[in-house]
Design a binder for this molecule. Sequence first.
Ligand code: FE2
Length: 397
Amino acid sequence: MNSPFQSARLATTHDTSGSGDLCLANARLVLPDRVLVGAVTIENGIIADISEGDQVPAGAVDCAGDLILPGLVELHTDNLERHIEPRPEVDWPHLPALLAHDGELASTGITTVFDAMRAGSIHDGKGRYDNYARKLADELLAAREAGLFRISHFLHLRAEICSETLLDELAAFGPEDRIGIVRLMDHTPGQRQFRDMAALKTYVGKRRGMTDTEFTEHVQKLRNLQERFGARHEAGAVAEADRLGAVLASHDDTTVAHVATSARNGVGFAEFPTTVEAAEACRAHGIAVMMGAPNLIRGGSHSGNVAAEDLARAGLLDIVSSDYVPSALLLSAFHLAGLWQDLPRAIATVTANPARAARLTDRGALCEGLRGDVLRVRRVERAHVLRGVWSMGRQVG
Ligand SMILES: [Fe+2]
């Protein structure tokens, strides 16, 4: 499969170039394999030098022992949708929504994001979803081209198997859009994420204000859609991901058979496997496992599925995503650091590992030659406080 991201130069062309040089000194640098007391220097947006020692050269920032980490890489967030539809049926103007979302992520240490957009509509009823992805993607790409963002944005299409229009909506995209990720979504009631129907009723029914009758009708409608379109939509979305040059992701795989299908489809990473068996099968197939930061912080899944912490303890957790709480990403990395007693390994779950899964070769670690996306974090009692965020050497938070 061709990737639009295999060249570091391609991946960075849309970003505003870094500003003046920056040296963060007397810091604890979280390198891929160790923590080093030293300094990192960024020139023209790129990490130019990493050196050991606590000296502070003239013009450098004295970090007084603060941690310096790579900027966080977020592969799955619904946060943009929250900004464009802040309440059900409220369509907020998109450019201000995009900029507010961008600023919010920068403030939480995320310097690269794949913005999830839904592809596949349902035309009527309270479970209605309209087609918005192509228009919103155009607006995002235009804002990116104009250099309006603080951080680096890529597109992530959420391919809804249970919809009426999935393949038509995917057909509106082309390789020139450089879609980063296509994710196969099947939220048919009674399986995968929503094996527990009560959890589905809480999640969808309450959020969309459905009566019991409306919820029952909604469930029946989704089951009919899966029956009518499921196989065709899945095969079609896999082919479209290939045409678009995107990484394919699975979602909510639950059984060994689900994971075997994902492997056959060429899935690169698995979002939120719902059982230990599925996560183990991912490991056996070489599919990276992503879990949600809120699950990790809350100590369990809101849908009653496997706890991310159990997978972390079993060595089955590779990537963490902020999912629906952007600030949870940094928090979860330090939570894992405590659990594993290994800070570089924990930081990799929110930096190097997601970058690799998305085939971004120019970021995700403090290494000379990579993008100057870095965070400064101070430990204050038991908390970790973000004190600075730089994207290609430019301070954005
Ligand atoms: Fe899900």
